[in-house]
Design a protein around this ligand. Structure first.
Ligand SMILES: Nc1nc2c(c(=O)[nH]1)N[C@H]1C(S)=C(S)[C@@H](COP(=O)(O)O)O[C@H]1N2
Ligand SMILES: [Mo]
Length: 346
């Protein structure tokens, strides 16, 4: 079984999880995808590390790592995806790293609720957005730091600051010692190597907030489009893999369905290009903000080329779209057709 990341770029380091490693509910740390706008080369000493909270707060504070460890511990399963995941599967090209399906993973994160830190700092009446800033060094000649903000409401209701990933200390490549995790939201909101939190009376303005990580069309100002926030409803097929040749007979189709804050209620599979659909069976845990693994037993009765489609439905009855909504940077590809897997049965 392939157990290695598949590297897209070395500098910055961007690498996706192979389909084989997406077949379990928990994505092992060693094969969890990596996405960076920057480089983080040295491990910070926990004794020296501090996190500061300031801005529109009554009581600016800083916490040492030890103090964070002594706060009430929170644990959450959370699936997050890079907003560019699936970009390479779009029919109309979009610029950016060519992620297929492996820019996503699910882990059990241990840490503290951001709310508990904010309650010490006491956001004032003007507080609207919470800015995350990490210790990583920007790359390229422009040297623009990766700084982004999320609405105060999300910060106060369902944002974890994680120091553990699947029971281990947060690995360096995933943000050691602390990362932000607005649950159910795209990876771009999950700042790694976090050491500064600033409360603002408006969204942070800057390159990574205003020029990218927004859905916009050609000829439009990126800033006029909505930012990438909650992960939309989506389903991936992790077995078989595209182009696989399978023996005639019983074929096991595996996949995962996820959708931000929406509980996944159903996955339907079609092996006749969308003519007829049948429900898949869920396997494994069902946790809010985490994907649901599923399987579908397909009795292939004839030989030939088949296109397998899988479509997720949430508990409100919302369906995943058949076709993705294209945008310049190719974000949020959750189209059923774009994720079809074509195989040969012989
Ligand atoms: N400090 C910092 N945090 C960051 C980034 C970054 O470049 N610098 N990249 C973001 C993006 S775009 C994604 S998709 C996730 C990826 O997290 P991972 O590498 O742990 O999978 O981290 C986010 N947090
Ligand atoms: Mo991302």
């Amino acid at each position: 079984m392939e157990r290695k990341l598949s590297v897209l770029t070395e500098k910055p380091f961007n690498a996706q999880t192979p389909p084989e490693a997406l077949r379990s509910w928990i994505t092992a740390n060693a094969v969890f995808f990596c996405r960076n706008q920057s480089a983080m080369n040295s491990i910070v000493s926990l004794a020296d590390w501090r996190i500061t909270l300031r801005g529109e707060v009554e009581h600016p504070v800083e916490f040492a790592f030890d103090e964070i460890l002594h706060m009430p511990r929170a644990i959450a399963a959370n699936t997050f995806e890079c907003s560019g995941n699936g970009r390479a599967l779009l029919t109309e090209k979009a610029s950016g790293n060519p992620w297929t399906i492996g820019g996503v993973g699910n882990a059990i994160w241990g840490g503290v609720w951001l709310k508990d830190l904010l309650e010490v700092a006491r956001p004032n009446q003007n507080a609207r957005h919470v800015v995350f800033e990490g210790m990583d060094e920007p790359l390229g000649s422009a040297k623009i730091k990766f700084i982004r903000s999320i609405p105060l409401e999300k910060a106060m209701t369902s944002t974890l600051l994680a120091y553990e990933m699947n029971g281990d200390p947060l690995p360096l490549e995933h943000g050691f010692p602390l990362r932000a995790l607005p649950l159910g939201w795209f990876g771009a909101n999950c700042t790694k190597w976090l050491n500064q939190i600033t409360v603002l009376d408006r969204p942070y303005a800057g390159h990574y907030m205003d020029r990218v990580y927004r859905f916009f069309q050609k000829g439009q100002d990126p800033l006029s489009g909505p930012p990438v926030t909650e992960i939309p409803l989506k389903c991936i097929i992790t077995q078989p893999v595209p182009g696989e040749t399978l023996p005639f007979g019983r074929i096991i189709v595996l996949g995962a369905a996820y959708g931000g804050d929406s509980p996944i209620a159903e996955v339907n599979v079609s092996v006749d290009s969308g003519e007829t659909w049948a429900p898949a069976a869920f396997i494994g845990p069902h946790e809010i903000h985490a994907w649901r693994q599923w399987q579908f037993v397909w009795e292939a009765k004839r030989k030939g080329r088949f296109s397998i489609l899988a479509r997720a439905t949430d508990s409100q009855g919302n369906h995943q779209p058949m076709n993705a909504q294209w945008n310049v940077l190719g974000y949020g590809n959750n189209g059923v057709r774009e994720h079809a897997v074509t195989v040969n049965v012989s």
